[in-house]
Design a protein around this ligand. Structure first.
Ligand code: FAQ
Length: 319
């Protein structure tokens, strides 16, 4: 069989596996473009989880009670764990984690736009849980059926933890809304600031999303950016009503004909600015990540030295 025939046989097998809703596993043959798409999406997702620790992490020392502090600590640690599962999933595709970190720190790879906005009050912790984790769940539950096995399996655990995050945020906001007028004002202010950036998490509109068609054909992504954004709006409106907050969009209303809520146009110029590095906190987020990486160099060196010592001992025991 010629090399070209062999490749076309492998391609057919790959296409059949995808068409039958079966999973592609690390040792299976896959087209280069599929591998590249996955490494891009999974590593951007991993970076988002790690950078996403910062906005809420800033409030750990200022949490208003021991209970709130314990919950927030657990949540921020969960995000670190999600980053680690995802970097591991990227490694199954041959990516090198050091290289991925270098690409994050020097701006060659993206992370979610949402984490470039500041957290100005403790109500932001609640709103991040409710809206940001809510949007993350909406976007990520379908990824549990992604065609690449290690990614899909990582997403199952991540989504379970994100559900807890979403609930803790909503519960915090319910408590604040039952509190003083000042607390209610803090919640409304946080909702006003986070609503539009949360909608931007789903990515550019479908007509301006260069990766969607290919990713959906490969079943890496299962729904388009606009479909998921609409699903999130429809899901969130009744939650806002139950909470007693106003979503800051004068065009938001139920459309009987469509069976969905209509909503206003997003500021796509702002989105583009933020993802190209010019959002309110981009420089700060990367500086903090870079400092953490530099400060952790001794831990990585110690781990490598320890592994070498263990390997030496094991060799000695065998000899
Ligand atoms: N921010 O062609 P598309 C979380 C990029 S985790 C920045 O539509 P695609 C948990 C996109 O990557 C949040 N960049 O791309 C948490 C592409 O980049 P390229 C992260 C964005 O991949 C909660 C370019 O624009 N979640 O929140 C954004 O088909 C609380 C063109 O876009 C995931 O990563 C954006 N918002 O669809 C943690 C989920 N949107 O090609 C802490 C997995 C798009 O220039 C606290 N990822 N871009 O390199 C996905 O579902 C997809 O990758 C999308 C984008 C939907 C994000």
């Amino acid at each position: 069989m010629s090399a070209a025939e062999e490749t076309s046989r492998l391609e057919e097998h790959f296409d059949r596996t995808i068409a039958r809703e079966q999973r592609i596993e690390p040792r299976d043959w896959m087209p280069d473009g599929y591998r590249r798409t996955l490494v891009r999406q999974i590593s951007q997702h991993a970076h988002s989880e790690i950078i996403g620790m910062q906005p809420e992490g800033e409030w750990i020392t200022r949490a208003p009670s021991l209970r709130r502090k314990a919950i927030l600590l657990a949540k921020v640690q969960d995000e670190a764990g999600h980053g680690l599962y995802l970097y591991s999933a990227a490694e199954t595709l041959g990516a090198d984690r050091d290289e991925l970190t270098a690409m994050l720190i020097d701006g060659r790879q993206k992370y979610s736009s949402i984490f470039n906005y500041p957290t100005l009050s403790f109500a932001d912790v609640g709103v991040i849980g409710w809206l940001v984790d809510g949007a993350a769940i909406c976007n990520q539950v379908p990824l549990c059926r992604s065609s690449y096995g290690p990614y899909a399996r990582a997403m199952i655990r991540i989504c379970k933890e994100e559900s807890f995050h979403q609930r803790q945020g909503y519960e915090l906001l319910m408590t604040m809304m039952r509190g003083t007028p000042e607390q209610r004002t803090m919640v409304q202010d946080a909702v006003d600031r986070w609503w539009w950036p949360s909608l931007m998490m789903f990515g550019p509109p479908d007509h301006d999303s260069p990766n969607s068609a290919r990713s959906m054909a490969w079943k890496v992504k299962r729904h388009s950016n606009d479909e998921l954004r609409q699903r999130f709006v429809d899901m969130t409106v009744p939650q806002a009503e139950a909470l007693g907050v106003r979503l800051p969009d004068p065009d938001l209303r139920w459309n009987d004909e469509r069976g969905h809520h209509d909503f206003g146009e997003l500021d796509w110029a702002e989105f583009k600015r933020v993802i190209s590095g010019d959002g309110p906190c981009n420089a700060q987020r990367i500086a903090v990540r870079r400092a953490a990486h530099d400060d952790g160099a001794w831990v990585r060196e110690a781990a490598v030295a320890h592994a070498a010592k263990q390997a030496d001992r094991a060799r000695g025991a065998v000899a």
